[in-house]
Design a protein around this ligand. Structure first.
Ligand SMILES: [Zn+2]
Length: 603
């Protein structure tokens, strides 16, 4: 007889707190047995651990049982052992800490360019970028593209952009494009500028900037929409290369205790590849996919047609593994590139006002309103990229207007990045969340770290205190979803947990904590933003995001206890085991836990 699972809402009423209020336990259901347990079916017992459940009481348990991929019970060692089926795999955690599998609510889920392109995220001076391009050249024929990504002038000794002049020295006969880590600007060499027909006479395209020197000559740096003059000429990666990029990303995610992601860019073959990997049983990360809606009504209607051909969330493919989630729009640009749409001018080098530059909207604002109307009225979830205060106001006011005109609960419209929301924006989000289950920040604490030095340079002293105002959110009952925006920052969610608490920049160019700590939250709150609150923004909170009976068993085991280590140590969390729907999808090779798992598996 199968162990039947009661719906979570009912089960939770049966939770008993022990005298020490340490353990939640679920009474066994009389008459139900595990006798047909089968190790292949995802039956697993974790004992002797500190299991952080992230349930509504933030309960801690000692042990957990998994049956057929779902959490069957959470409680004390004794309770769980008593009910352990003979064939279940038993893992003694020896005091290690387990959490729900971590979730990234905004991740460009693709390591294709990390595999096949020039990787620039670790360079500290421009000559290193030039050397890496030179090495890559050796494998290319003249005329073939060299592409790379990940550089950030905030991490370079020269504190300036890479330019065409730097690249021309080594690559006079190849077109080169090196994207900035934010993805909102990049550097082309002169060969690539010529192919793109960019000359001193070329005007800035709408929503973009061609960077120029004092004499008006293009420097090679292209921002926002101007990038596409060059990037549209680069041949796409092959289907096989893209598939390898997805598989590597899934494996790497699992090695960091991560089991789900919201992917904001599933154009081209990406959606089909996700379907293919799922059918071939190769998916080890749940994906909530967004489609880009473009910049006008024509592109919006085309995207709507594609979305309407798929089931809407919370409906899924593969029993909770893949969702066609909705649409992504861009309201503005980048904080590092000073193109995001703000009320007061940007700064350069923290103190110098970038006179006259208040950024710009990516979509004509009235057109954005029409686009949101189209999607909202069709019942489609919308997530909009908005970094600047002015862009965020426009986005939340648009959502509020639509929800007033056509009140629809549960579409969970999101504000991606949501870096410096005004008080008005925060109050509006609080109201929309309460009344319509909409208006959620999908935000990246690691911006404060990985691109924190260019952020400190751009935002200026007053605004930067307001960056990612998590503490204010908690006071105003606004919940948010954490993420990395990989490739903008490294994907491991441990960095986001750490940054939410500590708010330190990578190099401390303008001080180690230019954003202050008034908006810091504790690890308990930070963990929610990477588990249950993130699950909510993937429409999966009934299945994942906490370790409670009835939910899918997505679990991460760590080498140290998140709740008791010094905050600075959160960054060094090391994942030893990752479980997805009761199956082990990752084990650290050097972990003693790993050999024990093998021993158990063989018994
Ligand atoms: Zn992004």
């Amino acid at each position: 007889m199968n162990y039947s699972l009661r719906p979570f809402a009912r089960t939770s009423a049966f939770f008993l707190c022990s005298f020490a209020a340490l353990f939640v336990s679920v009474p066994a259901c009389p008459g139900q047995s595990w006798s047909k347990s089968n190790p292949e079916s995802g039956d697993l017992i974790l004992i002797n651990g500190k299991i952080i459940t992230v349930d509504t009481n933030d309960s801690i348990a000692q042990a957990l049982a998994v049956h057929e991929g779902k959490i069957a019970a959470v409680g004390s060692n004794e309770e769980i052992r008593k009910r352990s089926p003979k064939n279940a795999r038993v893992i003694d955690l020896h005091g290690r800490t387990a959490t729900p599998g971590l979730i990234d609510s905004h991740c460009h889920f693709d390591e294709t360019s990390a595999i096949y392109g020039v990787e620039l995220s670790k360079i500290t001076k421009i000559s290193e970028a030039v050397d890496l391009v030179r090495q890559k050249l050796a494998t290319q024929k003249p005329g073939e593209w060299i592409t790379g990504s990940g550089w950030d002038e905030g991490k370079l000794a020269e504190s300036r952009y890479i330019t065409a002049a730097d690249l021309d020295k080594v690559a006079p006969n190849h077109p080169v494009w090196l994207a900035h880590t934010t993805g909102h600007y990049g550097a082309a060499n002169s060969f690539a500028l010529r192919l793109a027909k960019i000359s001193p006479e070329t005007k800035d395209p709408k929503g973009g900037t061609i960077d120029r020197d004092a004499n008006g000559f293009p420097t090679g740096v292209l921002k926002e929409e101007a990038m596409s003059l060059v990037t549209s000429l680069i041949p796409p990666y092959t289907r096989d290369q893209q598939r390898n990029g997805l598989l590597k990303m899934m494996a790497d995610f699992n090695s960091e205790g991560m089991t789900a992601a919201k992917d904001p860019g599933t154009e081209g073959e990406r959606w089909d590849l996700y379907r293919e990997l799922l059918q071939q049983n190769k998916s080890t990360v749940r994906i909530f996919a967004l489609l880009y809606g473009g910049r006008d009504m024509e592109s919006a209607r085309a995207t709507l047609a594609r979305l309407e051909a798929q089931p809407k969330p919370p409906q899924t493919f593969g029993d909770g593994m893949l969702l066609s989630g909705g649409v992504k729009l861009y309201m503005d640009g980048s904080g590092g590139g000073r193109t995001a749409w703000v009320y007061d001018p940007w700064f350069k080098k923290a103190r110098e006002v970038d006179t006259g530059n208040t950024g710009y909207p990516n979509i004509d604002p009235p057109v954005y309103r029409e686009m949101v109307k189209l999607f909202h009225d069709a019942g489609i979830h919308v997530s909009t990229h908005a970094v600047g205060d002015r862009a965020i106001d426009w986005v939340v006011d648009t959502y509020a207007e639509r929800l007033k005109e056509k009140p629809t609960k549960g579409l969970r419209h999101g504000i991606i990045h949501c870096n410096i929301p005004t008080d008005h924006a925060i109050d509006t989000m609080a109201r929309l969340q309460r009344d319509f289950d909409s208006g959620y920040p999908e935000t990246q604490a690691p911006f404060m770290w990985w691109i924190g030095d260019i952020y400190a340079a751009s935002f200026g002293a007053k605004r930067e205190q307001r960056l990612m105002p998590y503490k204010t959110y908690t006071q105003k009952h606004v919940i948010w979803a954490g993420g990395s925006d990989y490739f903008v920052t490294p994907y491991p969610a441990r960095y986001g947990l750490w940054a939410s608490v500590v708010r330190k920049t990578l190099n401390g160019v303008y001080g180690l904590q230019p954003f202050g700590t008034a908006e810091s939250v504790d690890i308990h709150t930070a963990l929610k933003s990477y588990t249950i609150w993130a699950a909510h923004q993937l429409f999966l909170e009934q299945r994942i995001g906490s370790l409670e009976p009835g939910k899918d068993a997505d679990i991460a085991v760590w080498d140290r206890d998140l709740y008791s280590i010094p905050s600075d140590d959160l960054k060094n969390l090391h994942c030893e085991l990752t479980v997805l729907r009761g199956k082990i999808v990752y084990r650290a090779s050097e972990s003693t836990l790993s050999s024990q798992v093998d021993a158990v598996a063989e018994r």
